[in-house]
Design a binder for this molecule. Structure first.
Ligand SMILES: C[S@@+](CC[C@H](N)C(=O)[O-])C[C@H]1O[C@@H](n2cnc3c(N)ncnc32)[C@H](O)[C@@H]1O
Length: 294
């Protein structure tokens, strides 16, 4: 392709992207929203959720819908297949509920929607495990509430599903127990072997890894394991097994030491997990990476 054609192709694709984003923002205009919290996240959500757009049987859960800004945007733009479903949870103070219901009516998608009214720490416990493809946590912003919402949502999310936290960076001046950041970072650290971080800015977006937990209690209880790629590494016995088949993996004592160095030195850096150079430059590192497939 010569240069002129390349430049023209870039302009055309930019025009098409901007037009489709403008359309997706346009959908807000028909709704009654006292504040539009969601418009600034639209570009990010279009990109991250594109694999779900228009797909059958997608299930979405929103914790904290308020008047429905992000909720109706999802219905209009991602949950467009007639078998897609959305569950909206909120304490729904009377005025908020009236506006939410009016917006839902405007969306014309009431049939796809389940409304759950109450406190998230109570209602999330009643929802079905391993059900939702996408969960958005945007209810109370106290750290303990955000942490509880995340921990309660985790078993509801399918493996490979997406969890979105709002307001990671809000209230920088507040004490730690009053900001979502404290809870989000604690959650990421606690669950770090079970997730990938897809995005971190005003929102933090993660994907739940496809990691089946050990099937029986004896296996869970007998040792403490950490997942690396396709394998589980058991800290006490210093053994690795294939996570799916439980076949043992041969490891030299040097490889086991390097795995332990990785476990103890991994840091959550804000954008993902980093390993120090003494690990990544270790002569066995790239071979081990291949062997464990991480
Ligand atoms: C920031 S608003 C949600 C905005 C909405 N997601 C959007 O983008 O348009 C937060 C909502 O969470 C609800 N909420 C706060 N604490 C809650 C709790 N503990 N359980 C359930 N809902 C809660 C509030 O009623 C409010 O409607």
């Amino acid at each position: 392709m010569n240069l002129k054609i390349k430049v023209l192709a870039v302009f055309i694709s930019l025009f098409l992207i901007n037009t489709s984003r403008a359309d997706e923002l346009e959908t807000f205009k028909k709704y009654e929203l006292s504040e539009n919290f969601h418009s600034r996240h639209v570009n990010l959500w279009i990109e991250i959720l594109k694999e779900y757009k228009g797909k059958p049987n997608v299930q979405y859960l929103e914790v904290g819908t308020y008047e429905g800004g992000s909720f109706v945007w999802m219905l209009d733009n991602i949950l467009t297949h007639n078998t897609a479903k959305a569950t909206g949870l909120d304490v729904f103070p009377p005025r908020v509920k009236e506006v939410f219901l009016r917006n839902l009516k405007i969306s014309g998608a009431q049939k796809k929607v389940t409304i759950v009214q109450g406190y998230s720490e109570v209602e999330l416990r009643k929802l079905p495990f391993n059900t939702y493809d996408i969960i958005y946590i945007d209810a109370s912003h106290n750290a303990h509430d955000v942490f509880a919402d995340a921990a309660l949502c985790w078993p509801l999310l399918k493996q490979g599903g997406i969890l979105i936290f709002d307001d990671y960076a809000v209230y920088p001046e507040y004490p730690v127990e009053l900001k979502p950041k404290t809870a989000i970072e604690a959650f990421l650290n606690c669950y770090r072997n079970y997730l990938d971080i897809l995005h971190e800015d005003w929102q933090v977006i993660i994907r739940k890894k496809n990691i089946p937990l050990p099937q029986n209690w004896e296996e869970r209880d007998e040792d403490t394991f950490i997942r690396f790629g396709d394998f589980l590494y058991y800290i006490r016995s210093k053994k690795a097994v294939n996570a799916a088949t439980r076949e043992p993996l041969e490891l030299t004592s040097e490889e086991a030491s390097l795995i332990e160095m990785m476990i103890y030195s991994r840091e959550f850096s804000g954008t993902g997990f980093t390993l120090p150079p003494r690990v990544t430059q270790h002569p066995l590192y790239s071979g081990l990476k291949k062997k464990l497939n991480f």
